[in-house]
Design a protein around this ligand. Structure first.
Ligand SMILES: [Fe+2]
Ligand SMILES: [Fe+2]
Length: 157
């Protein structure tokens, strides 16, 4: 299926990196969808809550693809936690910082899928197809939260 082992391993590594990011996103979306307070937070909390199952499904689809191309899905102790911008804010009414954190996380996810799309070109179209679909989902999430940011910054300004 792959012309050499290093190509296969590179794709497994990229899939694993995106898998790790999706799992971390799930954890942080749960936390932020619960922690925020106030009337202005309600819509953001609901939007995050409804995205959790979609991000979880992304993680599951990546995991299945890792297995299919003979990789091993890592357990929790092999994962890394890097989403600094999505950590719940100290001020629980700070909706704007959560919105900005979500946009940053979605942009990172988009970049991760871009790396997979490029690495699989001419090599593994099934993985590429998956990455294209997930990248499209993240672009929609990003755009939704860009819209929220516009509105919330207008209210503040
Ligand atoms: Fe995702
Ligand atoms: Fe997303």
């Amino acid at each position: 299926m792959f012309k050499d082992e290093s190509t296969r391993k590179k794709i497994v590594d990229l899939l694993t990196k995106s898998y790790n990011a999706e799992i971390e996103t799930v954890a942080n979306y749960i936390a932020n969808s619960v922690n925020l307070d106030g009337v202005r937070a309600q819509h953001i909390k609901a939007a995050l809550e409804s995205d959790i199952s979609e991000e979880l499904e992304h993680a599951q689809r990546l995991a299945r693809r890792i297995k299919t191309i003979d990789g091993v899905v890592p357990g929790s102790q092999a994962l890394q936690w890097t989403q600094t911008s999505l950590q719940p804010p100290k001020q629980t009414t700070d909706v704007v910082s959560v919105i900005k954190g979500v946009i940053a996380a979605e942009e990172e996810a988009i970049e991760g899928y871009q790396a997979i799309i490029e690495a699989t070109e001419g090599v593994d179209y099934v993985t590429q197809d998956l990455a294209i679909e997930l990248q499209g989902d993240e672009q929609e999430h990003r755009r939704e939260f860009i819209g929220f940011l516009k509105e919330y910054e207008q209210v503040n300004g």
